[in-house]
Design a protein around this ligand. Structure first.
Ligand code: AMP
Length: 389
């Protein structure tokens, strides 16, 4: 029988970042107590939680103690060591299961798992030794992208390979770590589908979002994505398949490339709420974070219906602080702009500090307002073009 954790229960979160923060906000609103486990103090999630435990993920005795003191555990950060999730699972239910972490925190395992389940991915080859390099580059073809298999997110550990002869040099700049060499996908758009699956197998999906990245980091998300109904159905079917085939209990995001012929390729998936899903906080009936609370607690899932005609979300990176405190008053002069800040003290370049979201009658109008508001924070007014970089 699937377990249900009712309001009042203590939800344990492994990881202290912004995803945990927004999860904790949703959980506390619903009457849950939250304990965050992270290697730092005063984390974005810990600031909202009832309790914050500071210990290393490798300190399995501390993890077990934490697990004994909560009713159910989830994670907000994929790179939690598999042993940490296993230690927690000795005492308490962990949702989604730690085995899923193990699969997604290594790109090679993730790609193989997707291929085995018949999901479309870019042509790839695994590189672990010098001898693998040239055959891999010949099989995959160029241009290609070399991605380290471990700890990769937001484009970290990635190199473009333009010619077969360059692959060795590029590999060395990644310290000759195990890598996936992946064919460059000439996408016309990047989409994502966020969904949730309950412990009883119920699945809910948000409409596909369209995303644009800058320097490999998500920059802008809009909804509804300007796609045909066939592409929409295909994207939803892929997300449903991933949720089902990986038996996820929780929230998951599938990142997709849309090609000129309207076919879709899975870039990767993350078994947790996703940056592109932040738009659901202000634009959908039930946010991805509430959805995660519901799924993890065994409650019925919430409505994924959009409650505004269209919306956009733009990320606020640490670079916006280069010239001092951003001009919050100027950005909020547009009364539709909603500000989300994650409580991070140290505004480093490329660090996700917060986001803005805006609703409007069309996705273009919402995006324009969101970009204008972000420009007002620092005074610059650049609106980059959509599609591939
Ligand atoms: P990732 O860290 O794998 O999600 O990659 C970050 C971003 O790099 C993606 O959202 C794309 O914009 C770009 N990218 C990654 N892999 C590919 C690929 N095979 N072809 C084209 N662009 C890619």
């Amino acid at each position: 029988m699937s377990q249900v954790f009712l309001p009042g229960a203590v939800l344990g979160v492994l990881g202290g970042g912004q995803l945990g923060r927004m999860f904790a906000l949703a959980a506390r609103r619903m009457g849950y107590r939250v304990t965050v486990f992270a290697p730092d103090d005063d984390t974005p999630a810990g600031q909202i939680a009832d309790r914050e435990i500071r210990a290393e993920y490798e300190d399995l005795a501390a993890v077990e103690q934490f697990a004994r003191e909560v009713d159910v555990v989830t994670f907000e950060f994929e790179n939690i060591p598999a042993a940490t999730a296993e230690a927690a699972a000795r005492h308490v239910t962990v949702r989604p299961a730690g085995t899923l972490l193990h699969q997604t925190q290594d790109r090679a395992r993730e790609k193989r798992a997707l291929t085995e389940r018949g999901l479309p991915v870019a042509t790839f080859a695994i590189v672990t030794t010098d001898a693998d390099l040239e055959p891999a580059a010949r099989t995959v073809g160029c241009p290609a992208i070399l991605k380290s298999t471990a700890w990769g997110y937001d484009g970290r550990g990635q190199r473009r390979v333009m010619r077969v002869e360059d692959v060795a040099a590029q590999w060395r700049t990644l310290d000759s770590q195990p890598c996936v060499l992946e064919r460059f996908v000439p996408f016309v758009a990047e989409l994502s589908v966020v969904g949730a699956r309950g412990s009883d197998g119920e699945i809910v999906l948000y409409e596909p979002f369209q995303n644009r990245h800058r320097d490999h980091i998500l920059d802008v998300t809009v909804c509804p994505a300007p796609i045909s109904s066939r592409v929409r159905e295909d994207a939803l079917a892929i997300a449903r398949e991933v949720l089902t085939r990986f038996e996820v209990v929780g929230v998951l995001c599938v990142e997709l490339f849309l090609l000129a012929d309207d076919s879709l390729v899975v870039n990767e998936f993350a078994p947790r709420p996703h940056n592109s899903g932040h738009v659901t906080i202000d634009a959908h009936a039930c946010s991805q974070f509430e959805q995660q609370v519901r799924a993890v607690c065994g409650l019925p899932l919430g409505s994924t219906e959009r409650t505004v005609p269209a919306a956009a979300m733009v990320n606020l990176l640490g670079d916006l602080w280069d010239g001092g405190t951003p001009n919050w008053t100027a950005a909020l002069a547009d009364p539709r702009v909603r500000l989300h800040l994650y409580g991070k003290q140290d505004a480093r370049s490329g660090r996700k500090m917060g986001h803005l979201s805006v609703a409007d009658t069309t996705a273009e109008a919402a995006e324009r307002r969101a970009l204008d508001a972000r420009s007002a924070l620092s005074g610059s007014r650049k609106a980059p073009a959509w599609t591939g970089r």
